[in-house]
Design a binder for this molecule. Structure first.
Ligand code: RP5
Length: 167
């Protein structure tokens, strides 16, 4: 794979079953990415180093996922001018997911995090590809193909439902 344009990070390996959906989406859309574990609370210096070096290493977007007291996306956003997409994860230490959602969503003015739905790593992958695709014709074309596929699936389901005679 060529140099990564998207960095996928997460607070714990336990977030991987959710966060891998972002990786799978980027693979499908042929966006080069890297993926690793960076914990805001357990490895704060690693987080600092990752966020501060991200732009000079060629990354264009960071996807950061965390659960519970989910400080990783916001702290990374505070350390870089790259766009950060936050994925709230319903982790084992989360009460009901709202803690993760609100920790990532309710950022102070000046430090945005583009927050997707709870466990919404798939959409984070698509959104990251769309950010890159705004400047990259090939990735934009892959997104067109992907969205055409979504439309065709819905239209197929319209025909299937109609075939039951319930229209
Ligand atoms: C968060 O705490 C991580 O992002 C993860 O969602 C959660 C639980 O981590 P583990 O105790 O499973 O490592 O920081």
């Amino acid at each position: 794979m060529s140099n990564p344009l998207v960095g996928i990070i997460m607070g714990s390996q336990s977030d991987l079953p959710i966060m891998k959906e972002a990786a799978e989406m980027l693979e499908e859309l042929q966006v080069p990415f890297e993926l690793t574990i960076v914990s805001a609370h357990r490895t704060p210096h690693r987080m600092l180093e990752y966020a501060e070096s991200a732009k000079s290493r060629g990354l264009k977007v960071i996807i950061a996922g965390a659960g519970g007291a989910a400080h990783l996306p916001g702290m990374v956003a505070s350390l870089t001018t790259l766009p950060v997409i936050g994925v709230p994860v319903k982790s084992s230490n989360s009460i009901d997911g709202w803690d993760s959602v609100l920790s990532i969503l309710q950022m102070p003015g000046g430090i945005p995090v583009a927050t997707v739905a709870l466990d919404g790593a798939k959409n984070a992958g698509i959104l990251a590809a769309e950010m890159i695709g705004a400047f990259d014709i090939a990735i934009s074309a892959n997104l067109e193909t992907y969205k055409t596929g979504l439309k065709e699936k819905v239209l197929l389901s319209v025909d299937e439902v109609a075939a039951k005679g319930w229209k």
